[in-house]
Design a protein around this ligand. Structure first.
Ligand code: HSE
Length: 309
């Protein structure tokens, strides 16, 4: 077998009320170069991956082993080079990109015993929720559920003219820490608020109703509990619309904050506002605009791109 490359994108999960169920794909990538050979080598490259294990305990290789476990097949030896431009522990799905890239690479090495629905199910079960892994695999915007019966999803093409602006602070926040602050139980009123807003958001995104995003993105399930961990978040959720945002949300478990924008409008006022919030809170970080990635995970071999999603 010849060498091949797998590229999996970053993602932004929840989008407000779609906790653990809604996400979109962001064009920053984790890339694996897989070269079949006589021995297995795991080689993380570049500054983002400094300090990550350079052996089979690496998370990417552990993800590859999940395919062997699911199928009962043995992974052939290969050199696995890993690079990424997804910032780690910032709420942009770096672990989901690594997981999906590893699973897709192992599936390819083994001759594709798993179809894409099974690849998603392996990834979602490992991560515990499908909202990052589904958009990382399929691209676009994905609504997904994970339960005893499996992982079910609908992929949406992003509405035209919808772009994202992300504020990526220069500090890390682990998902486990950001999940530990959430209550164990919610009232019926909170449940109804969440499911109605998540349903409205999914419907608005599928119909291109950009005018509804700001209202539909209201959330009382996770953002209010996480706000003390992310200085400036409450201000942005309340005020970003005044500076051109179509809606705002904590990206995944944070600390990145995501705003939607209309690509026909300048995002300069939004950048100025978000940079001002960071300054006010003594934070460093980056504010960046992206289109929503629509390709998901790709495999490239001999210059030919095979679409995976
Ligand atoms: N839905 C998850 C959370 C995403 O908010 O905890 C974390 O990656």
């Amino acid at each position: 077998m010849t060498a091949f490359t797998v590229r999996a994108p970053a993602s932004s999960a929840n989008l407000g009320p779609g906790f653990d169920s809604l996400g979109l794909s962001v064009p920053l990538y984790t890339t694996l170069r897989i070269t079949p050979g006589n021995v297995t080598e795991v080689i993380p490259l570049g500054p983002e991956l400094e300090g990550t294990p350079a052996d089979e305990s690496n998370y990417v290789y552990q993800a590859m082993l999940l395919v062997a476990k699911r199928t009962g097949l043995t992974l052939p030896p290969a050199r696995v080079e890993i690079t990424t431009d997804v910032p780690l522990a910032r709420g942009l799905g770096s672990s989901a990109a690594a997981l999906v890239a590893g699973i897709v690479a192992a599936n390819e090495l083994l001759g594709n015993p798993l179809d894409m629905d099974a690849v998603l199910d392996v990834a979602a079960r490992e991560e515990g929720h499908p909202d990052n892994v589904a958009p990382a695999l399929f691209g676009g915007i994905v609504v997904a559920t994970l339960d005893k019966l499996g992982t079910h999803y609908v992929r949406l093409d992003p509405p035209v003219n919808l772009g994202v602006t992300v504020l990526i602070p220069d500090f890390e926040l682990s998902t486990s820490k950001a999940r530990a602050v959430l209550p164990r139980e919610y009232s019926r009123a909170d449940a109804v608020h969440a499911l109605s807003h998540a349903a409205l958001l999914a419907a608005a995104l599928s119909q291109g109703r950009l005018d509804l995003l700001r209202h539909a993105m209201q959330d009382y399930i996770h953002q209010i509990w996480r706000a003390p961990l992310v200085p400036g978040l409450s201000d942005i959720l309340e005020d970003a619309w005044r500076h051109g945002a179509l809606g705002a949300a904590l990206s995944g478990a944070g600390p990145t904050v995501l705003c939607f924008h209309d690509t026909r409008e300048s995002t300069a006022p939004l950048h100025t506002y978000l940079s001002g919030v960071m300054k006010k809170n003594g934070l460093d970080g980056r504010v960046m605009d992206f289109p929503i990635d629509t390709q998901g995970t790709l495999i490239e071999r001999d210059g030919l791109i095979e679409r995976e999603g």
